[in-house]
Ligand binder design. Structure first.
Ligand SMILES: NC(=O)c1ccc[n+]([C@@H]2O[C@H](COP(=O)([O-])OP(=O)(O)OC[C@H]3O[C@@H](n4cnc5c(N)ncnc54)[C@H](OP(=O)(O)O)[C@@H]3O)[C@@H](O)[C@H]2O)c1
Length: 227
């Protein structure tokens, strides 16, 4: 099979390219150029200069002779909400009239959730945009079981969703972690003022990774403002 790999020189893309080549596939490796691309060419990859992240290169021709594609966005943490839609649109424009029938897109946990989910909102839009390519069998690749092990405080919001169907779990019975972090405060006899996801504006910006990780330890940050 002939496979067009976006991000081919990266940590994920280079491993993928090596694996595909050693399995006997042809690989078109997209890169802005440099020693990492040269190394892939040495083992048999076909170089293609350009970047969906910057828009540089003859991107409309990248997929024109490929059977399958691997897609990834190089996250621009300074412009996450602007960058993902722009790159997703470039993918769609380049793929729409291509012969590609199979594609894998590197997306992330929460990409299936619509709403104010911080930087995961960008993955939602990426998935939705790519779904416009209805002639392509597309896989949105998420981290799988890892999602069940690591959930940052910001993502914890999902657990406190206002949707009743999402309350059907034993976290409400085994609430030790919430108690330890002070995110569950039992006040017998008093109804909570409101339940569900608090105002997203109260949370640190999704690019402020350290603030997000420190959230449980910094009273005041991210706590709901009282009127
Ligand atoms: N679930 C997830 O965690 C998830 C989901 C979606 C996307 N991502 C993103 O995927 C990347 C992780 O994959 P990875 O480790 O394989 O990627 P990586 O090695 O960090 O980078 C992938 C490619 O991006 C290009 N690149 C690097 N800096 C760039 C820049 N400033 N402008 C334009 N292109 C640039 C490089 O290609 P050349 O220099 O050869 O052009 C590089 O090979 C991260 O950016 C991550 O945020 C992660």
């Amino acid at each position: 099979m002939r496979i067009a790999v976006v991000g081919a020189t990266g940590r994920i893309g280079a491993e993928l390219t090596r694996t595909l080549l050693s399995a006997g596939h042809q690989v078109k490796a997209l890169s802005r150029g440099g020693p990492a691309l040269d190394a892939l060419v040495k083992i048999g990859a076909e170089p293609f200069l350009g970047s969906f992240d910057t828009g540089k290169g003859e991107l409309d021709t990248f997929f024109e002779d490929a059977d399958a594609a691997f897609l990834m966005v190089k996250t621009d943490w300074k412009n996450i909400h602007g960058h993902y839609p722009a790159v997703a649109q470039r993918f769609v424009d380049a793929l729409r009239n291509s012969p590609v029938k199979l594609a894998v897109s590197l997306t992330a946990m929460g990409s299936d959730v619509k709403g104010s989910t911080g930087h995961f909102e960008s993955f939602y839009h990426l998935d939705q945009k790519l779904n416009q390519l209805d002639t392509i069998d597309l896989v949105h690749l998420r981290a799988g079981w890892f999602n069940y092990l690591f959930v940052g405080p910001e993502l914890h919001r999902y657990h406190h969703s206002a949707d009743l169907r999402e309350a059907q779990n034993y976290a409400v019975v085994l609430s030790l972690i919430d108690v330890l972090f002070g995110t569950f405060v039992y006040k017998p006899g008093r109804l909570p003022e409101r339940i569900g996801v608090a105002d997203p504006a109260d949370y640190p910006r999704s690019v402020e990774v350290w603030k997000i990780m420190l959230l449980p330890f910094l009273p005041g940050i991210g706590r709901r403002r009282t009127p």
